[in-house]
Write a protein that binds this ligand. Sequence first.
Ligand code: B12
Ligand code: NAG
Ligand code: NAG
Length: 143
Amino acid sequence: MMVKPALHSAALLLLLLLSPGTLTADHDFAPIEVIVKSNLLSTPQLSFITSVAPRGILLGALNRLMNSNTDFKFTYREDPNYGPFLESVNGLAGSQEDHTYWEVFVQFPNNTIIATDVGIGCYIPKENEKIILNFTKWWRFSN
Ligand code: B12
Ligand SMILES: *[C@@H]1O[C@H](CO)[C@@H](O)[C@H](O)[C@H]1NC(C)=O
Ligand SMILES: *[C@@H]1O[C@H](CO)[C@@H](O)[C@H](O)[C@H]1NC(C)=O
């Protein structure tokens, strides 16, 4: 019986091809847009396309973007309670002294814009969301 092992591997291959989430995993990455705004310094707005893994975090998408595009760089520091705090984008860093920081917004496909209620290590972007990284001030009106 020379045929049987061949049939077995053919059946196994078919099974692999048909089972979701094994061989197809790479195709499940969802596209998102990342917009970098620093109106405070009146530098032009930048826009990038990247992708996020299934249920992947924003930090992963930003890392993938940085690794694939030399025009996008960022740094973060680790907060003991909340994890990654976005510190700088393209060399521009927030500062305690100036009360500046990178605020993180999401624009949904219906154009509603909200500030995320978690940081880049916790936010899970969905397909076609725009993430807006906005260099801004806190206590904007009292300073
Ligand atoms: C003040 C404050 C800020 C200030 C901190 C600067 C300052 N010097 O005042 C500013 C305005 C910068 C800020 C920013 C953000 N914040 Co804030 N912030 C607070 C707040 C109201 C008090 C923190 C504090 O002063 N604690 C007392 C000091 C003594 O303790 P501390 O450990 O030294 O505090 C530091 C950390 O809290 C850190 N920090 C503040 N916010 C955040 C957010 C993240 C994700 C990280 C990693 C660290 C961090 O900055 C503080 C000063 O150094 C808390 C809510 C609360 N009541 O605690 C929210 C809070 C911590 N922030 C929150 C969020 C979501 C953000 C943003 C992501 C909002 C956004 N969409 O942009 C951004 C961070 C973006 C980025 N660059 O990564 C959430 C975190 C929830 C989570 N699990 O991720 C909280 C809990 C409020 C909420 N929405 O429920 N924040
Ligand atoms: C826009 O989309 C978001 C996310 O799906 C949703 O939470 C929000 O209610 C929507 N807003 C409007 C005005 O449709
Ligand atoms: C971004 O920052 C600018 C400057 O501080 C501010 O006027 C604007 O309201 C912020 N928000 C968004 C979503 O751009």
